[in-house]
Write a protein that binds this ligand. Structure first.
Ligand SMILES: Nc1ncnc2c1ncn2[C@@H]1O[C@H](COP(=O)(O)OP(=O)(O)OP(=O)(O)O)[C@@H](O)[C@H]1O
Ligand SMILES: [Mg+2]
Length: 259
């Protein structure tokens, strides 16, 4: 079954910018890399998918829910099934790393269970969170408040929070933008494992080489429109790729990270 179906999806902000007309469908177990220059519409697409903004026209269905007519209650239910790693991390500065990760399950547990967990971390949760932090190389930060962490460390907390959740769809907006290349590889591997467990992962990325290596499908946006939708191996042969790296196709130099 398709998890996400967009038909002529449009989201135009008051200033006339945004997403112009996108049509695609995404199933379970896909790891989609969304590429595009700054301002191409990647974050806008992600905000549409999690119901932070709504379509101006066209249609968007997320797990069977029409996002143009979704009610507030339906949206709360839907967000329980979607985990998001925001471009600006969105961690709670005054809470510890462990508690921030725990918030990943906020939607799927009852309020009482979550509040109890925030007061007394259960040993199973402690173990799982510690394991995730270890995998991400920040295990020693378990009890530290997020406001005391570097940008890259906060980004890893946001990643751990998404990995800790039971969400069916995981949206990640440039989750490796603030970490070193080795950590970036680690994070991408963890998201790849999520895809292997049947989750749908949609990730905005600026690094083409990483996208080609880990994603099962690439979508490239240009000025709010779809410039490529297909397998990663063919992307590097496409005109969209050459436009993305700012080179004419015959003058390819292997440049992979663009500004
Ligand atoms: N809240 C907003 N109000 C008005 N215009 C906006 C708003 N958010 C984004 N835009 C505009 O919509 C377009 C797409 O922005 P978006 O943030 O989706 O780009 P992006 O591909 O995520 O860029 P980046 O790689 O820099 O994060 C841009 O032209 C931007 O100026
Ligand atoms: Mg963005």
């Amino acid at each position: 079954m398709e998890k996400i179906v967009a038909k002529n999806l449009q989201k135009i902000y008051a200033n006339g910018q945004g997403i112009k007309s996108l049509s695609f469908s995404i199933g379970s177990g896909e790891f989609i890399g969304v590429l595009g220059h700054s301002g191409a519409g990647k974050t806008t697409l992600m905000r549409l998918l999690c119901g932070a903004v709504f379509p101006t026209s066209g249609s968007l269905c997320v797990m069977g829910q029409d996002m143009s007519t979704v009610t507030r209650t339906e949206l709360i239910g839907l967000r329980r099934r979607i985990a998001t790693v925001y471009q600006n991390f969105n961690v709670v500065p005054s809470l510890s790393v462990a508690h921030n990760v725990l918030l990943g399950k906020l939607g799927s547990s009852s309020l009482l269970t979550t509040l109890r967990s925030l007061l007394w971390l259960r040993s199973a949760e402690t173990k799982k969170i510690a394991g995730l932090l270890y995998q991400l190389g920040i295990e020693e930060k378990f009890y530290e408040r997020c406001q005391e962490l570097s940008g890259g460390q906060q980004q890893r907390v946001a990643v751990a929070r998404a990995l800790f959740s039971d969400a069916e769809i995981v949206l990640a907006d440039e989750p490796i933008a603030s970490v070193d290349p080795a950590t970036a590889g680690l994070i991408l591997k963890l998201f790849f494992e999520l895809k292997n467990s049947g989750r749908t992962v949609i990730m905005n990325l600026h690094q083409v080489s990483n996208a080609v290596q880990y994603c099962t499908r690439l979508i490239a946006l240009e000025n709010g429109e779809l410039a490529y939708d297909g397998v990663p191996t063919e992307f590097t042969e496409s005109e969209a790729y050459y436009r993305l790296i700012g080179k004419k196709s015959l003058a390819l130099t292997g440049e992979e990270i663009y500004g």
